[in-house]
Design a protein around this ligand. Structure first.
Ligand SMILES: O=C(O)CCC(=O)C(=O)O
Ligand SMILES: [Fe+2]
Length: 351
């Protein structure tokens, strides 16, 4: 695909040597969050909870390095479902300028200007909202960024920064799709084809969480999973993002500087019949002394693509766990609009 980065190598994973390796990289410190645990027991996240994947090594010319990096990615996908991505080749300034630009956009003095992006109908391509309640404390701007790019035109610098950010992130995600395909034992274009990523439906959510002095409760965003292939996330400061692990533990996310948090989306779970799972996450704002901004992109299949568990993942021992649906139908299955990018995983689950 023309969009792909030049350093993405054309090698094939399944034919490479079989080594038994532990994950290669783990991140720095985490702290215990003081929150209500509805689905999990009290838990202090330790230092090695979220694996780190090195993007460049996934495409290394050295077959052993590449094999080890792909094995690390496979473990991260199968045993966690989320990881920090480093060496992703997206310049730090590209990440910083969107975070900073959105902070400026959310100036409390100009709130009336943002209200023009409030909900107007089901086909909104840009949507703004401000929730300040016990259940959610978040100001957000959502934009459909692909197949057509949409963004407020004012300020033009923010539009330019969001577009540049999305372009770079999308290019990286196409490379990641190739690597993930290999970890599943397929040709590298498997996921691009199954999701028709060339026409993929991408929605960006730019979120601002207030400091606790201005929030109406402990919750920034309630528990949810996200639809799509993968979700990329960058933030300006740490502040309360937690992911529920396979083992039912809330893990505090502390993204290393200029790394990207990758979370697997519902539709990768559906495609792989539950081999690679999406995970419930939430944001707790109760302890935040300063505001926090995150930029989250849901990289989805094409809207008209029918997604169901691939036959390779279904057999006598592994019965089909999810019903198939087009991506568009699944986004609207709970009564939401496309731009809401609501999960419908529980509706699609068969067993
Ligand atoms: O802001 C965060 O850290 C998480 C936001 C999120 O989960 C989302 O926008 O779907
Ligand atoms: Fe999310």
């Amino acid at each position: 695909m023309a969009e792909t980065t030049s350093f993405v190598a054309q090698q094939h994973y399944p034919s490479e040597p079989k080594l038994n390796v532990a994950p290669l990289y783990f991140n720095a410190s985490s702290q215990e969050a003081e929150v209500d645990h509805r689905h999990a027991y009290l838990y202090s996240a330790s230092e090695d909870e979220i694996p780190t994947v090195d993007y460049l090594l996934l495409f290394s010319d050295d077959p052993v390095q590449r094999f080890l990096a792909l094995e690390n990615l496979r473990q991260a996908c199968q045993e966690y479902g989320f990881f920090y991505l480093v060496n992703h080749n997206i310049p730090g300034e590209v990440l910083d300028s969107v975070l900073k630009g959105f902070s400026g956009f959310c100036d409390p003095k100009t709130i009336d200007e943002r209200k023009v992006f409030g909900k107007s109908g089901p086909s909104d391509k840009i949507r703004w909202d401000l929730n300040s309640s016990a259940g959610e404390n978040r100001e957000y701007l959502k934009v459909v960024a692909h197949p057509q790019f949409h963004s407020p035109s004012n300020p033009s610098s923010l539009r330019k920064n969001i577009e540049e950010y999305h372009k770079a992130m999308r290019m990286m995600v196409v490379g990641l799709a190739r690597a993930v395909s290999k970890t599943l034992g397929f040709e590298e274009d498997y996921i691009e084809k199954e999701f028709n990523l060339k026409s993929g439906f991408d929605v960006m959510a730019l979120n601002l969480y207030p400091p606790n002095s201005r929030s109406k409760g402990a919750i920034g965003i309630p528990e949810h999973t996200d639809p799509g292939f993968v979700i990329t996330l960058v933030q300006d400061v740490d502040g309360g993002l937690q992911i529920l692990s396979h083992q039912g533990k809330w893990i505090n996310v502390h993204i290393p500087h200029h790394a990207i948090l990758i979370q697997l989306g519902d539709h990768l779970e559906i495609l792989t019949n539950g081999k690679y799972k999406s995970h419930i996450h939430r944001v707790i704002v109760k302890n935040n002394e300063v505001q926090r901004i995150s930029v989250v992109t849901l990289h989805g299949p094409a809207l008209d693509k029918f997604i169901s568990p691939s036959t390779e993942f279904v057999d006598r021992e592994n019965q089909q766990k999810y019903q198939g649906m087009t991506y568009k139908e699944s986004l609207e299955a709970n009564g939401g609009d496309e731009i809401d990018v609501q999960s419908s995983l529980e509706k699609l689950r068969l067993v």
